[in-house]
Ligand binder design. Structure first.
Ligand SMILES: Nc1ncnc2c1ncn2[C@@H]1O[C@H](COP(=O)(O)OP(=O)(O)OP(=O)(O)O)[C@@H](O)[C@H]1O
Length: 253
């Protein structure tokens, strides 16, 4: 298990999220995530896993309560402060969100979008130093030979690793991964999960992953939290997690 600092990098205090149509996304969520933890979030479809992840980078706004990152409340961040927050939080999606017709290099460099004016990104005007960083990022995900390949010519697992390399350009302190392996086969799933684990361990990046697979959750997590109908119903370090516990979370009612 990964040794983690006890100082929380993320803290939820009485967080509620109610969508405009009245659906409760999150209900009185309270927990802290220590820096460097590999946290897996499990729960039935609709339990609130994506909502929880997306409140951390303010893709979704909370309705009440407080989220702190590095002990700073983030709800009032605007403009530059919000951009900076998002710069240091990488996000990985189930469907990779790559530009299919662009090269791997171009996709990785697009992780710098928060650091460059948009027009420079569109024209691909990146510095030689940043191009070198892109090569290094691809090395970290073992994809250097694919640098000039078009993204849509890669396998799903390779595409997800390009997405991870893209987040590395942000120099992230947190990576949020929303069902990152849901559309992958078992072998490429292992490549992607191993890559996330390596970055967590080697770079001390705090990783939060939503997973449907209980087996994967048990294999990679330092800690598992479980959501049901927007409520945090389970929170245990991996050493205490039992199959019976996880079965209970996956009971529909
Ligand atoms: N934009 C939205 N407007 C209204 N309700 C929403 C919105 N997004 C999500 N919800 C609802 O909020 C609840 C939590 O959804 P969320 O996507 O967070 O669950 P999830 O656990 O990630 O599900 P899945 O595993 O299927 O992705 C669900 O009832 C969902 O229908």
């Amino acid at each position: 298990m990964q040794a983690t600092s006890t100082k929380p990098i993320i803290a939820f205090h009485h967080v509620n999220k109610i969508y405009a149509n009245g659906t409760v996304g999150l209900k009185d969520i309270n927990f802290e995530i220590p820096r460097g933890q590999f946290l897996v979030v499990v729960g039935l479809s609709g339990a609130g896993k994506s909502t929880l992840l997306r409140t951390i980078n303010r893709m979704h706004e909370i309705s009440s309560g407080e989220i702190r990152i590095d002990n700073e409340p983030i709800s009032d961040y605007k403009g530059r402060a919000l951009r900076q927050l998002r710069c240091h939080i990488g996000m990985i999606f189930q469907n990779f969100n790559l530009v299919n017709r662009a090269s791997v290099e171009r996709n990785v460099l697009s992780g710098l979008v928060g650091y460059y004016p948009t027009w420079k990104c569109v024209l691909g005007l990146f510095s030689a130093a940043d191009k070198q960083r892109a090569i290094q990022a691809l090395k970290r995900v073992s994809l250097t030979p694919k640098i000039f390949t078009r993204a849509d010519e890669l396998s799903g697992g390779q595409q997800q690793r390009v997405a991870i390399a893209r987040t590395l350009m942000q120099d992230p302190k947190i990576i949020l991964a929303d069902e990152p392996v849901a559309s992958l086969d078992p072998r490429t799933t292992k490549d992607v999960m191993d890559t996330l684990q390596r970055l967590n361990r080697e770079d001390d990046i705090t990783v939060i992953v939503n997973l449907h697979s209980v087996a994967l959750a048990r294999q990679y997590a330092d800690r598992i939290i479980g959501l049901r109908a927007g409520e945090l119903v389970y929170d245990q370090p991996i050493a205490n997690v039992t199959t019976a516990d996880l079965d209970r979370i996956y009971q529909a009612n």
